[in-house]
Write a protein that binds this ligand. Structure first.
Ligand SMILES: Nc1nc2c(c(=O)[nH]1)N[C@H]1C(S)=C(S)[C@@H](COP(=O)(O)O)O[C@H]1N2
Ligand SMILES: [Mo]
Length: 323
């Protein structure tokens, strides 16, 4: 059964590391199989450049002013790791999807805000950025696979988008959706995955001051492989909650079933708050590997952001908060 075959999160960390040894060889094989156009693109690095007719009008806005409130307990990860070690299943199930992701057109990019709101609307990413308070924040990012980054994200607090969206008081959740275009994202041709990628937060989580909508990183617009032109960063939750390349925010009174929850709900739940004491069913979450340094460091509850978010979960009990 294909679904059991080679899913990133089913590979134990040791196997995932040794897999990197094969990466360059596989890239070459893929390039050869795809024919001369792709092969020359890879060799020339041409596929990483944005086409001229797709110039990113937001580029001149960077860098954003850093908000000094959010500090790190470790050095910022070297940008090259964050840019070339990715999870983006739309473009493939391994970490090496940066070239494939260059096929995603990111202008024009329209975002729909609908469901239980005062008045549904759509807005282009550049118009949205004009209305939002732009800033840079240093956040840690902890993947459920037990690796981590420390990233300078550029973007705006999701609370500002919530104020623009004006959800009705009956709305309890916000459901977010990634683009759907199997012509540019080959992974979306795999019908056994529940496309499009979907994630959800409670209204209180979405309004929490930490919840950040990302338009860029390292003082520049977001690379396509990292979720351009708009992605989420919820640093106290496992990385799969931080949905990429968002096209829709739908307000609802029903708890959304997210992509990974739909695939395997016993392993990937709705809350997915980081907790070193609650192992994934197939591996420990007690520590994490810092990408770049390969240092093993202890994982912290709520990924170290408990002072901001623990109160969201007061009175709620059970391990399901942490899966
Ligand atoms: N649409 C979409 N969003 C996604 C994913 C994905 O496969 N598709 N992967 C998630 C996972 S598991 C992680 S760890 C982060 C990875 O972000 P990065 O590649 O920028 O490090 O994106 C998350 N958002
Ligand atoms: Mo992840």
């Amino acid at each position: 059964m294909l679904i059991r075959k080679r899913r990133g999160w089913e590979i134990p960390e040791s196997a995932a590391t040794s897999e990197a040894v094969f990466r360059d060889r596989r890239r070459l094989i893929q390039a050869l199989a795809a024919g001369p156009v792709l092969a020359s693109g890879l060799l020339g690095g041409g596929m990483r450049a944005m086409a001229a007719d797709e110039a990113d009008p937001s580029a001149r806005l960077y860098p954003f002013k850093r908000n000094p409130k959010y500090t790190l307990d470790r050095p910022i990860t070297d940008a090259k790791y964050v840019e070339y070690y990715n999870n983006f299943y739309e473009f493939g199930t391994d970490k090496d999807i940066a070239d494939a992701a260059q096929a995603l057109p990111i202008r024009p990019w329209t975002i729909k805000i609908d469901g239980m709101v005062e008045k549904p609307f759509t807005i282009g990413i550049d118009d949205l950025m004009k209305k939002m308070p732009l800033e840079e924040r240093l956040y840690r990012h902890r993947c459920v696979e037990a690796w981590s980054f420390a990233v300078p994200w550029s973007g705006f607090p999701m609370a500002a988008l919530m104020a623009l969206a004006k959800p009705l008081s009956a709305a309890k959740y916000v459901k977010m959706e990634t683009f759907m275009d199997p012509k540019v994202a080959p992974g979306q041709n795999q019908f056994f995955y529940p496309w499009p990628y979907v994630e959800g937060l409670t209204i209180a989580e979405a309004n929490n001051e930490l919840t950040f909508l990302v338009t860029g990183m390292y003082g520049k617009p977001e690379p396509k492989q990292d979720g351009a032109p708009l992605r989420l960063a919820v640093p106290w939750k496992y990385g799969f909650k931080s949905i990429k390349s968002i096209v829709r925010f739908e307000f609802t009174d029903k708890r959304p079933v997210s992509y990974w929850e739909a695939l395997q709900s016993d392993e990937y739940g709705f809350w997915a708050n980081v907790n070193p004491a609650v192992p994934h069913p197939r591996w420990s979450q007690a520590s994490e590997r810092e990408i770049g340094t390969d240092k093993r460091v202890p994982t912290l509850i709520y990924n170290g952001y408990g002072e901001y978010v623990a109160q969201l979960y007061a009175g709620m009990k059970g391990d399901q908060l942490f899966r």
